[in-house]
Design a protein around this ligand. Structure first.
Ligand code: ADP
Ligand code: MG
Length: 244
């Protein structure tokens, strides 16, 4: 395994049982996500993108194959171990933001730390820092219904980052936003990437595909292509060579 691989998948397969029919959603995925990678997962509907994100994010386990997360064999964890890893090491951003409507922006951002029983003052300090990071320091006391879609998504990104996750996963993060607002979210992802955050996002949007550092294309549950873009990273190892 590469020393830099945060996420390491070998032969990952996912089979859904639908009555008497087996649906092979993933069919032997080999993939290494490296520390600092900015990856776009693309592919036609039904190609396995969401299934792959659920496995990467420890929301489900592979039916077969090996998944190693920062050196830990995820496919061998029980549900409790999976939930712990998910809560402490992974940040999620969803198309629909998934904020709690009765909580203010800062309370939403504090939530993952509440689950970890972080002391109140430390929670508040970390949440303020993250809201500032996403440019929403002045909106801390607003509830989601008092914010625009782009602001809500930025709160969701702050919430996803407050645990300092090893990887930020986003499923169509700009899918519910107009293109100008989507652009501000992309700029935020690019700033996070610049700061070294590992990011993996699912997107249908070819414009996003042109801006990530690496595009992994799925088709029928396998990796059809995996290409790094030159010039986006300062790291000379992330050069022109094919990633696979
Ligand atoms: P994508 O996100 O690329 O559209 P999915 O991962 O959602 O692809 O789906 C891949 C395949 O697995 C599809 O054939 C889909 O119908 C099937 N599938 C996904 N989720 C389930 C499920 N919970 N139960 C049964 N089949 C599923
Ligand atoms: Mg999907």
């Amino acid at each position: 395994m590469s020393a830099m691989a945060v996420l390491h998948l070998r032969g990952v397969t996912k089979v859904y049982h639908m009555g008497s029919v087996d649906v092979r959603a993933l069919n032997g995925i080999d993939l290494d996500i490296l520390d600092g990678d900015y990856v776009g997962i693309m592919g036609p509907s039904g190609s396995g993108k969401t299934t792959l994100m659920e496995i990467l994010g420890c929301l489900s386990r592979p039916t077969d194959g090996a998944y190693t997360f920062s050196g830990e064999r995820v496919d061998r964890l029980d549900d409790g171990g999976l939930a712990l890893l998910r809560g402490q090491r992974i940040g999620f951003v969803f198309q629909t933001f998934n904020l709690l409507p009765r909580l203010t922006a800062i309370e939403n951002v504090e939530l993952p730390l509440l689950y970890r029983r972080t002391p109140r003052r430390e929670r508040r300090r970390a949440a303020v820092e993250m809201l500032d990071r996403v440019g929403l320091g002045s909106r801390a006391a607003h509830r989601p219904n008092e914010m625009s879609g782009g602001e809500r998504q930025r709160v969701a990104i702050a919430r996803a980052l407050v645990n300092q996750p090893a990887v930020l996963l986003a499923d169509e993060p700009t899918g519910n936003l107009d293109s100008a607002t989507g652009e501000t979210i992309l700029e935020l992802f690019e700033a996070l990437h610049h700061d070294g955050q590992t990011l993996v996002l699912v997107t249908h949007d070819p414009r996003i595909g042109e801006r990530v550092g690496r595009v992994v294309r799925l088709r029928d549950g396998v990796v059809e292509s995996d290409q790094r873009r030159t010039g986006i990273s300062k790291d000379p190892r992330f050069g022109d060579h094919p990633a696979s």
